[in-house]
Ligand binder design. Structure first.
Ligand SMILES: [Zn+2]
Ligand SMILES: [Zn+2]
Length: 338
């Protein structure tokens, strides 16, 4: 039996509700989309309110696409529906596609987008300088500016932590960080320890009463070692380089022998390790020019001076190394150990 569309009269293999797929689409009987989409975002951090939750890591286009997909009405015979959505100013431009029998149907929609801007609960707390925990960052060695800058960068640029920080105070002896959530404060503290080496202790302080309940704030004392990889130290009087640190462990590489010494930070004796002042030594770019038995011949690339030193690391002729000049002696630092 021949089939004709009642609207346009075309002869088609099959009609749906008396219409060809094209006419069905034009009659608006294939896809019905909302005329308007309302969303709520945080004016400070850009999080989107999804149901009762605030979500920070979803692009607004993705969220709008999900809303369209879940709210649109699709003709019962349409299969393989897909939605694309872009945002242009205050409108959503959506393209919806599907298959109707053997025909692919596609339609574009312009949807009004209303964005309500409010502060999310976290930003309200941050603005109010609210905090549930104080992370006190201190160091065992002197709290140097370079160390302070490194930590600050690390904390404030962290996607995970920066949203939970309501205040940062720079002190001569360290940094105090106010965190709006105790779990996040603990995570921040342990992340710092695992990056910089150290240990933590926590305590509770009385924070008075609020709404008739006794409140206490958590203080997490975060004692970091205060050394960084490549710092030059004296270990039991002889030069060494900080090889690596993290958790409760620091490793030094002795420049006299190449030996690796591992120390447990909470138990380490400060009499054994001294951080060398940057002005007390020179660090030169150098190159290995020869290897003779257990000796290495290193040439300083600046002045061209040549040193014959014990072979304390795996280097080859041509390897770039550093020369530490300290106390009238030269030591090789292989750049691999940096
Ligand atoms: Zn038709
Ligand atoms: Zn927010």
């Amino acid at each position: 039996m021949r089939k004709f569309c009642v609207r346009c009269g075309a002869e088609v293999p099959e009609v749906i509700d008396g219409l060809c797929p094209n006419c069905l689409l034009h009659e608006g009987k294939v896809f019905t989309l909302p005329k308007e989409i309302k969303i709520t975002t945080c004016s400070l951090c850009g999080s989107i309110k999804v149901g009762n939750k605030w979500v920070s890591d979803i692009p607004i286009e993705d969220y709008v696409r999900k809303i369209i997909a879940s709210s649109m009405v699709v003709h019962r015979d349409v299969r393989n529906v897909s939605v694309e959505a872009g945002i242009e100013g205050g409108t959503v431009v959506a393209r919806v596609r599907g298959s109707l029998g053997r025909t692919t149907v596609e339609s574009d929609f312009i949807i009004k987008l209303s964005v309500g801007k409010v502060l999310c609960p976290q930003c309200i707390k941050i603005k109010g300088n609210y905090f549930e925990a104080l992370v006190q960052i201190r160091s065992i060695f002197e709290f140097r500016d370079i160390f302070k800058d490194h930590i600050l960068n690390n904390i404030l640029n962290s996607n995970l932590f920066s949203r939970y920080i309501s205040g940062v105070e720079l002190l001569r002896e360290g940094i105090d960080v106010k965190v709006i959530n105790q779990g996040m404060a603990r995570k921040l503290s342990s992340s710092l320890v695992s990056t910089y080496g150290g240990y933590t202790t926590s305590s509770w302080m009385d924070a008075g009463f609020s709404s008739g309940r006794k409140r206490s704030k958590l203080t997490i004392s975060t004692r970091l070692l205060g050394l960084m990889p490549c710092d030059i130290v004296l270990f039991k009087g002889s030069p060494a380089i900080v090889h690596s640190l993290g958790g409760e462990v620091v490793k030094f590489k002795l420049l006299t022998s190449g030996e690796l010494v591992k120390l447990h930070i909470p138990r380490m004796s400060l009499d054994e390790v001294k951080l060398l002042n940057r002005n007390s030594y020179e660090l030169l770019n150098a190159k290995v020019v020869n290897l003779v038995n257990d000796k290495v011949v290193v040439k300083d690339l600046g002045r061209g001076l040549v040193f014959e030193l014990p072979l304390t690391d795996k280097v080859g002729v041509g390897s770039k190394v550093k020369l530490l000049i300290y106390g009238g002696n030269a030591y090789m630092i292989s750049t691999r150990s940096e």
